[in-house]
Design a protein around this ligand. Structure first.
Ligand code: ADP
Ligand code: MG
Length: 375
């Protein structure tokens, strides 16, 4: 059974629809992230779940009980805020035990549960300090302990790691996962940072302009993005403009730039018709590259494979592989992430990729590409 069920959630601020008919479920024990650019409505969704904001329309149920209309403190939900909102005049232990005190838990039990939380977030011995005496990462842990101490069903996070440097952020990501598993709590995490979201989440809800773009596991979103927006937002993608020339049972024929190619029908997530303007998308890491002796080196069987030659314009090291910016002869500038080969700027290369790895999206309002095509 779903722990949290959000259905038809809409929030209007005057003329602005900040959240537009959003529906998703979270299972008990899941770690779900809402991922979207700044202003996409993430915090507004979270604030409605927490009870700080009333929906214009829609329902939110927790454990099958409708919670819209009930005050925040009556919801079995705690929130970790972006600025953490620790009480500066209270000690670390008092910060963590604050909610327990408010709800009348006796001092002994409070102390015991606070101690247990300090252990959980690996801050034993820090109870008597003031928040200002802690590092940024330690303050994160206090905020987390405070949100967990009364064992809520659901913990909400509004970009709490965005102020940390990369190393510390990665460390806190794995700490969050550990603590989530150890406490058996359900987490709903909001972030604009795809790296964080991919690292920590069981499933993602991708939001743009108040609307859900896709809900799925990291793998589903990465391997089968439902839109160009999702493909761009989750990882890197090359996009080449094209036009549909044929649709039959198994394949879609495409005019991309100077040539005809065909891709499997399921490369397109939506129905396409002849003459539709499309983006033909391929992940940089799915491209192959080898040195090109001549311009004719590209693989010939265009029906199976996309191939072209080009000139390396940029390279950047990424640990075990390199990312090349290649000015191609057929399809404009593309990036290729290559592991086994090493090229220099100005080298001529032959690049290719499989039609089966391509995703095709209708370009909304897109004019058909001009005769010479190109991205
Ligand atoms: P995100 O958290 O994804 O950055 P928000 O949920 O904060 O986005 O905001 C979504 C949209 O709603 C933005 O355009 C924002 O300016 C607007 N908004 C948020 N809160 C209010 C408010 N209290 N009054 C008016 N507009 C708001
Ligand atoms: Mg926000």
């Amino acid at each position: 059974m779903s722990l949290l069920r959000v259905s038809g959630l809409t929030k209007e601020f005057g003329d602005l629809t900040a959240v537009d008919d959003v529906s998703f479920d979270i299972e008990d024990g899941e770690f779900v992230s809402i991922l979207g650019p700044s202003g996409s409505g993430k915090s507004t969704v979270l604030r409605m779940v927490a009870g700080f904001e009333e929906p214009t329309e829609g329902e939110i149920s927790l454990d099958d009980v409708e919670i819209v209309g009930s005050p925040p403190f009556e919801r079995d939900v705690n929130m970790v805020f972006q600025d953490l909102a620790l009480f500066p005049h209270l000690t670390v232990a008092e910060n963590i035990g604050y909610g327990l005190k408010q709800s009348g838990v006796p001092a002994d039990e409070r102390r015991e549960r606070t101690e247990r939380m300090l252990e959980m977030v690996r801050l034993e011995g820090y109870g008597d300090r003031a928040p200002a005496e802690l590092s940024g990462g330690e303050q994160q842990r206090v905020a987390l302990a405070r949100a967990l101490v009364n064992e809520p069903a659901l913990v909400l996070f509004d970009e709490p790691l965005s102020s940390l440097d990369r190393k510390l952020r990665q460390h806190m990501q794995s700490e969050l996962q550990r603590i989530q598993l150890e406490t058996d709590t359900t987490f709903l995490y909001v972030t604009h940072d795809q790296e964080v979201a991919l690292a920590v989440s069981d499933r993602l809800v991708v939001l743009d302009d108040g609307e859900i773009q896709q809900v799925g596991t990291v793998e589903e979103l990465y391997e089968a993005p439902a839109s160009r927006f999702v493909a761009d937002f989750i990882g890197d993608v090359n996009a080449v403009e094209g036009r549909v020339t044929a649709v039959d049972d198994g394949t879609i024929g495409l005019d991309v730039g100077d040539g005809e190619v065909s891709v499997p029908r399921d490369a397109a997530v939506e129905e396409l018709a002849v003459d539709d303007a499309v983006d033909v998308c391929i992940r940089p890491f799915l491209m192959r590259a080898e040195p090109a002796e001549s311009d004719r080196d590209a693989v010939d069987d265009a029906n199976e494979t996309f191939s072209t030659t080009g000139v390396v314009r940029s390279r950047s090291y990424q640990g075990s592989d390199s990312l090349y910016g290649i000015e191609t002869d057929r399809w404009g500038r593309l990036s290729a992430e290559v592991r086994s080969a090493s090229f220099d700027v100005d080298d001529r290369v032959a690049i290719a990729w499989d039609a089966a790895d391509v995703h095709v999206y209708r370009r909304e309002g897109g004019a058909p590409p001009s005769e010479d095509g190109g991205a």
